[in-house]
Design a binder for this molecule. Structure first.
Ligand code: GTP
Ligand code: MG
Length: 459
C-alpha cells in the first residue's frame, strides 16, 4: 500500500452543475475530519453521502457546502481509504478545495494514479485498467461496447483460458527435466505438442481480431483524393453532415487537409478532404498537393473522386499519384446528375480500385450505398470465429500476443527437432510471460508509466 495521499478533480474542469474531488490514501480519514465539517463525520458512516461544509485548511473559512462520502479500504475503487466530495462545479471553488487539500498535505494525483493504485492493489488487471480509459474516450457506440466488455474482464478471461493449460504443460515438461530417468512417452509428447498447437491457434485467432479492434477504437480513416473540382469537398460535407469544407466552382479551392469524423451504424469514421491533385505552378496549391500525398499512408481507404463530366482523363493522373502508397482505393464517380451515361462507362479495373461507385453529391444519389459500403468494410474485418467480447484493440496487447505466438512456435519446433527439453521450456516461459504482461501479472515501472501517462488526471 502506498504511503502518500493523493487528491484530484475527478470531473471536467469546466464550469458544471457539480464537481467531484477524489482523495485516496492513508490520510483520507484525517482529511475528512480536518476539511469537512458536518453533524456526522462520514468516517463513522462509510459509503453514505453526508451533507456538510468544505473547510479551507489554512484559514478555517467555509469554501462551499457539499456532500462527502467515505469508502474505507479495501472496498473502494483504489483499494485504499477513499473520500469523494461533491460540491458546486465552479472552477474557482475547485481550486480553493484542492489548495486546501494540498495545504493539508495531500499530493496532486498524477494522470491515471487512482486507477494505477487500483491495479497495484489488485482491484483490476491491466487490461481492465486500460479499458477504463477506453470507456471514457470511446467515440462511438461500438468502441464503447468493446471497452465495456474488456472492463468486465472478457479479454482477461480469454487470456487466462490460454495461459492456464500452458502453465500445466510447462510443469509437465519441467518434471521431465527434474527426473530425466523417466522418459517422456510418445503419447504424452504428442499430447503436449497438440496442447501447444491449440494455444498457438487461440492466440492467432485473438491476433486476427486486432485489425477490427483497432479500426473500431481509432475509427476508419478515409481520404478523399482526386483532380480539382471533382466534388471532393462537396462529398466530404455530405458524409459528415455539415458544411465543413468550402465548395466553389473554382478549381483549386481546397488546399489544407480538412479532417472531420462521423458515426455510421455505431462505427466511427474519420474523413479527410484534400487539395485536387494536378500539375500546377501555384505555390499554395503545390503545398496542398504535397500534404495530400503525405496523408495517403494514414488512410485505411482512399476514395478517388472523379468528375463524370470530365473528358481529359485528369483522374488517371491523380490515380497514378495515389497508387504507390494507398492501402486500398475505391473509385467514386461524382456529378452523375449531370452525366448519367457515365454509369458503368467510367470505371477503374478491380485490380487497382477495389470498387466503383456512381454518386451525386448534389442530389445525394448513391450516397446511402456508399455509406453502407463503408460500414460493411469495417464490419467485414471482424474475424468470423471470434466472440464479440474477445477483441484485441490495443497495440500493446498485439505485440505481446505476437511474442507469445513466436515463443510457442519455437517451442513446437524445438520439440519436433528433438532439442533438449530445456529449450522448449524456455520458449513456453517466454510465451507465458508475454501473456502475463498483457494482464499485468508481470510488469515494469516503465510499462505502467507508459500506460497511465495516457490517462486523464483524476482517473
Ligand atoms: N451538378 C453537380 N455539381 C457538383 C456535384 N458535386 C460537386 N459539384 C459542384 O462542383 C464544383 C466543385 O465542387 P467541390 O466540392 O468544391 O470540388 P473539389 O473537388 O473539392 O474541388 P477542389 O477543392 O478545387 O479540388 C462546385 O461548384 C460544386 O457545387 C454534383 O454531384 N453534381
Ligand atoms: Mg475542395
Amino acid at each position: 500500500m502506498t504511503s502518500t495521499t493523493i487528491a484530484a478533480l475527478a470531473t471536467s474542469p469546466a464550469p458544471a452543475g457539480i464537481a467531484v474531488i477524489r482523495v485516496s490514501g492513508p490520510d483520507t480519514k484525517r482529511a475528512l475530519s480536518a476539511l469537512f465539517r458536518a453533524k456526522q463525520n462520514p468516517v463513522q458512516s462509510p459509503r453514505k453521502m453526508i451533507y456538510g461544509h468544505l473547510i479551507d485548511y489554512k484559514t478555517g473559512e467555509v469554501i462551499d457546502h457539499a456532500l462527502a462520502v467515505y469508502m474505507p479500504n479495501p472496498y473502494s475503487f483504489t483499494g485504499e481509504d477513499v473520500a469523494e466530495f461533491q460540491f458546486h462545479g465552479s472552477p474557482l471553488l475547485v481550486q480553493k478545495m484542492l489548495r486546501s487539500l494540498f495545504a493539508f498535505g495531500a499530493s496532486p494525483a498524477e494522470p491515471g494514479e487512482f486507477t494505477k493504485r487500483a491495479f497495484l492493489n489488485g482491484k483490476l488487471d491491466l487490461v481492465q485498467a486500460e479499458a477504463i480509459a477506453d470507456v471514457i474516450e470511446a467515440s462511438s457506440e461500438r468502441a464503447l461496447q468493446l471497452a465495456t466488455e474488456q472492463l468486465k474482464g472478457a479479454l482477461s478471461s480469454a487470456l487466462s483460458a490460454i495461459g492456464e493449460p500452458l502453465r500445466d504443460t510447462l510443469a509437465e515438461l519441467e518434471a521431465h527435466i527434474d527426473f530425466p530417468e523417466e522418459d517422456i512417452t510418445p503419447e504424452s509428447l504428442g499430447a503436449i505438442q497438440s496442447q501447444l498447437q491449440d494455444a498457438k491457434k487461440e492466440i492467432s485467432s485473438l491476433l486476427g481480431t486486432h485489425s477490427y479492434g483497432a479500426l473500431v477504437k481509432e475509427g476508419f480513416h478515409i481520404l478523399l483524393c482526386g483532380a480539382p473540382n471533382a466534388g471532393k469537398s462537396s462529398l466530404l460535407n455530405k458524409l459528415v453532415g455539415k458544411k465543413r469544407a468550402i465548395v466553389t466552382e473554382i478549381s483549386g479551392t481546397t488546399r489544407d487537409l480538412i479532417e472531420e469524423s462521423a458515426t455510421l451504424h455505431g462505427y466511427r469514421f474519420v474523413f479527410c478532404d484534400s487539395a485536387g491533385l494536378v500539375d500546377t505552378d501555384d505555390k499554395v496549391e503545390q503545398i496542398g498537393i504535397e500534404l495530400a500525398k503525405e496523408k495517403i499512408p494514414w488512410a485505411d481507404l482512399v476514395l478517388l473522386v472523379v468528375d463524370s463530366t470530365e473528358t481529359d482523363g485528369k483522374w488517371q493522373e491523380a490515380l497514378e499519384l495515389i497508387r504507390p502508397q494507398a492501402k486500398k482505393i475505391w473509385m467514386v464517380v461524382n456529378k452523375i446528375d449531370l452525366n448519367p451515361s457515365a454509369i458503368g462507362q467510367i470505371f477503374c479495373e478491380s485490380t487497382i480500385c477495389h470498387r466503383n461507385f456512381y454518386i451525386s453529391a448534389e442530389t445525394n444519389s448513391g450516397l446511402d450505398g456508399l455509406r453502407e459500403a463503408f460500414v460493411d468494410e469495417v464490419a467485414n474485418t471482424k474475424s468470423e470465429q471470434s466472440e464479440a467480447s474477445d477483441i484485441v484493440t490495443h497495440e500493446r496487447h498485439r505485440t505481446c500476443l505476437e511474442r507469445a505466438q513466436e515463443g510457442l512456435s519455437h517451442a513446437i519446433d524445438a520439440m519436433q527437432n528433438g532439442s533438449p527439453t530445456e529449450v522448449a521450456c524456455a520458449e513456453i516461459r517466454t510465451a507465458l510471460t508475454a501473456l502475463e504482461e498483457i494482464i499485468g501479472k508481470t510488469y515494469t515501472e516503465d510499462i505502467l508509466g507508459r500506460i497511465f501517462a495516457k490517462f486523464c488526471i483524476g482517473k
